[in-house]
Structure formats: structure tokens, C-alpha cells
Design a protein around this ligand. Structure first.
Ligand SMILES: NC(=O)c1ccc[n+]([C@@H]2O[C@H](COP(=O)([O-])OP(=O)(O)OC[C@H]3O[C@@H](n4cnc5c(N)ncnc54)[C@H](O)[C@@H]3O)[C@@H](O)[C@H]2O)c1
Length: 254
């Protein structure tokens, strides 16, 4: 029963002010979950909540900086204070790659990529897992990238963080599967979002050249990525543990 499958469950989605995270939050809510819509951009998170509540779903916006362990701890505490439990987490917040060679990349740009996209996933799991253990299990989906599986020049901070997310996901999956928590990663190809629009800067040629990297011949809608995350959280994925699932129109198959 598609619509009711997450009824009674509580989900956190980080990076949910737009793009993939907004669609993931929307789909979890549409299928019955109560959703914490977490982002550093609180206004955007509130817009996502408004979309969900207009559709009859339950959601609450929480400001979080995933690069801060204290802020992440507060996000999880707010989840418990609001909905009383935690069953599902989609750790998805991210920033775009640097577009710099390694030699030219300022140290702070390197550290921003690693702290938001790798430390952030670590901090989230560190605080989410104890709450899932209290309810006897759960599911975590970490957003990696096609760039977590292959190299991309001038994106080393992003590529390193996203490769790291896959390793972290696999280690965590092995640590917690015997206690009922399934932990997996998704590796999206290019999907339409704020991050990608900024990078393509409205240029049809830029979009065509990015689309051409994907054997399917186009970029994704963010909901096509979110569907995979939501499926990994569902009971239909009950035997899927520690995988890095490509959702990329064939990008990493070339
Ligand atoms: N869109 C793509 O093509 C694509 C491809 C592969 C992977 N991804 C990954 O998908 C995830 C979602 O990205 P998106 O494409 O939807 O872009 P997006 O820019 O729409 O979403 C990213 C969100 O993360 C939030 N964020 C940034 N720093 C944060 C922080 N410190 N704390 C909390 N939130 C923070 C942003 O405010 C934003 O809402 C990212 O991890 C990204 O790396 C995206």
C-alpha cells in the first residue's frame, strides 16, 4: 500500500529546502511519515513544509548546520521533542564542487566540502542511530553521488567527500544491521536543483553538454532521485544493506 507505507514513522531529511531533499521529504510525507525538514536555509525548509502540509502531510522545519556536531545533535533532539521517535533519515545536505584544481583550491574550500558532505553525514548518523536503536531499528540513506564512484576533474573536494560517504555508509551498515538499522547510499547523476542551476547558469548549451554525459540523454528531475531514497527506506528494500545505488541515467555505466 503505497500511500500508507510510512504511517506512524518519523523521518528526518537534511538539505530539504529544495532539490532532491525537498522531493524526498514530500514523498515520505505523502506516504504517511511525519517529516523533519532540516536545512541551513530555514525559509526554504519552511517552504517545503508548506508544500507538504498543503498536501495534507505532517512536517516541521528545523534549522541545522550539518557541519556542526552541536547543531546536528539539536536537530535530532528537536525531532524527538516534536514527534517522539525517529525511524528514517535521509542525510542529503550538500554544496557544489569547487571548480578548482587541487593546487589552486583554497584550504577553506577543501574543508567546506569535507565538513558539510562527509563530517555532516557522520554527525547525523552518530546522533540518529541511538534514537533508531530505541525503537528497534530504522533505515538511513546517505546521499553520495556519481562523483562518489568515479573521478571528476576540478571537483576534488566534492569527489573526496562523496567517495567518503560511500565508505562511511558501508562501515555503518556493517556496524548496525544486526540491530535492525539498514544503512545505504544513493549515487545520483545530474538532477535539476538549485546547485545544478547555479552550475549551468541558465545555459541551454551547458545543460545539453551535461545531459550528453548521461546515456539516457537528459538530466533527472529531483523526484526521480528521491524515489530511490524513499524506496531504500521502505520495507520493500528489506534485504538491501550497505549498497551504493546508482540513480544516474547510466552516467557511471559508460
Ligand atoms: N543535483 C545533482 O545533480 C546531484 C548529483 C549528485 C549528488 N547530489 C547530492 O544531492 C544532495 C542534494 O543536492 P541538490 O542537488 O538537491 O541541491 P540543493 O542545493 O537543492 O540542495 C542542497 C541543500 O543542502 C543545504 N545545505 C547546504 N549546506 C548545508 C549545511 N551546512 N547544513 C544543512 N543544510 C545545508 C542547502 O541549503 C540546500 O537546501 C547533495 O548532497 C548533493 O551533493 C546532487
Amino acid at each position: 500500500m503505497h500511500n500508507e507505507e510510512f504511517t506512524g514513522r518519523v523521518a528526518i531529511v537534511t538539505g530539504a529546502a529544495g532539490g532532491i531533499g525537498r522531493e524526498s521529504a514530500r514523498l515520505f510525507a505523502e506516504r504517511g511519515a511525519s517529516v523533519i525538514v532540516a536545512d541551513i536555509n530555514l525559509a526554504g525548509a519552511q517552504d517545503t513544509v508548506d508544500i507538504i502540509t498543503a498536501g495534507g502531510g505532517a512536517a516541521t522545519a528545523v534549522r541545522v548546520d550539518v557541519a556542526s556536531a552541536v547543531s546536528v545533535k539539536e536537530m535530532v533532539a528537536a525531532t524527538i521533542a516534536t514527534y517522539g521517535r525517529l525511524d528514517i533519515a535521509h542525510n542529503n545536505a550538500g554544496i557544489k564542487g569547487a571548480d578548482e584544481t587541487i593546487v589552486d583550491m583554497p584550504e577553506e574550500v577543501w574543508h567546506a566540502g569535507i565538513s558539510i558532505m562527509l563530517d555532516g553525514v557522520f554527525f547525523c548518523m552518530k546522533h540518529e542511530i541511538p534514537e533508531m536503536l530505541k525503537v528497534g531499528g530504522g533505515a538511513i540513506i546517505n546521499t553520495s553521488s556519481g562523483a562518489g564512484l568515479i573521478g571528476v576533474a576540478r571537483f576534488s573536494n566534492y569527489v573526496a567527500a562523496k567517495h567518503g560517504v560511500i565508505g562511511l555508509t558501508k562501515a555503518a551498515a556493517l556496524e548496525y544491521i544486526t540491530q535492525g538499522i539498514r544503512i545505504n547510499a544513493i549515487c545520483p547523476g545530474t538532477a535539476r536543483s538549485q546547485m545544478v542551476e547555479e552550475w549551468m547558469q541558465g545555459s541551454a548549451e551547458a545543460e545539453a553538454s551535461v545531459a550528453a554525459l548521461h546515456p539516457i540523454g537528459r538530466i533527472a528531475g529531483p523526484e526521480e532521485i528521491a524515489e530511490a531514497a524513499v524506496w531504500l527506506a521502505s520495507d520493500a528494500a528489506s534485504f538491501v544493506v550497505g549498497t551504493a545505488m546508482s540513480v544516474d541515467g547510466g552516467y557511471t555505466t559508460l
